[in-house]
Design a binder for this molecule. Structure first.
Ligand code: COA
Length: 216
């Protein structure tokens, strides 16, 4: 696996993926691998619909898994306006950071960070947009690169993530990336969420660049 840093805001990773994937239901590895190049970069104005389409296009069951209340989703136009306003601000003045995960020029996922205290801490979120591409290793590799990007661009001392306690995929992914378990508690984790049990994970330093296969 090779990792290349381009400027300060984008990271390319050559990723080994399973050709048939470990699908959510089966959890079976095919053993056959393919190669893909994953690009992790800050979003531009052209990218923000990836987030909005993902949430508005999600089933009630998926939103439930995320702990998102569908009635709290802002309408598309207002949501887009808010992100475009944020992207016009200098990074230190933004209340949210938006990161795209791309493969072959196509968006495969994204991360956002909020509750930002510049130079101190932030909270991140993680999503592979196509359900059929989940469980193939994109999450571990992208979260690792995204966390490194947040540490660098926001000068963080620590990075938190608080997925729904019953949502296995992010909890497992965070542990694999090196996040440390802090506690499980009930809270309303964000403006889109309802009151729920969440697991708090923390990363105290930027993850080390990858040197081996993510499947190792
Ligand atoms: C969370 C998410 C980004 C992880 O990305 P991914 O590409 O699916 O994860 P990976 O294939 O890199 O797998 C990472 C680890 O999670 C495990 N995992 C992935 N999906 C899982 C599932 N549905 N159930 C249990 N474990 C799962 C993998 O087995 C792997 O652990 P292992 O290597 O010890 O076996 C992705 O599954 C996703 O977008 N889920 C829906 C959105 C979501 O829940 N976001 C969290 C909101 S905070």
């Amino acid at each position: 696996m090779a990792t290349y840093t381009i400027g300060s805001t984008a990271v390319y990773v050559m990723l080994s993926v399973l050709s048939c994937g470990r699908r959510n239901q089966g959890r079976v590895r095919s053993g056959q691998t393919g190669r893909m190049v994953l690009l992790v970069r800050e979003m531009t104005a052209e990218d923000v619909d990836v987030i909005i389409d993902y949430f508005h296009g999600s089933s009630a069951e998926h939103l439930e898994l995320l702990g998102v209340d569908p009635t709290r989703l802002p309408d598309r136009a207002r949501w887009r306006e808010r992100y475009l306003r944020e992207l016009q601000l200098p990074v230190p003045e933004r209340s949210v950071a938006l990161v795209l995960w791309e493969s072959d020029g196509q968006p495969v996922g994204f991360s956002t960070a909020d509750k930002i205290q510049l130079g101190v801490q932030a909270h991140m979120h993680l999503h592979v947009v196509d359900p059929l591409r989940r469980g193939d290793g994109i999450g571990i590799s992208s979260v690792r690169q995204t966390a490194a990007l947040y540490f660098r661009t926001l000068s963080l001392q620590r990075l938190f993530c608080e997925p729904n306690a019953f949502n296995a995929a992010p909890n497992r992914t965070l542990q694999r990336v090196g996040f440390r378990y802090v506690k499980t508690h009930r809270t309303v984790p964000g403006p889109l969420n309802y009151h729920q049990a969440v697991t708090r994970w923390v990363l105290d330093q930027a993850p080390q660049p990858q040197t081996g296969s993510i499947l190792g």
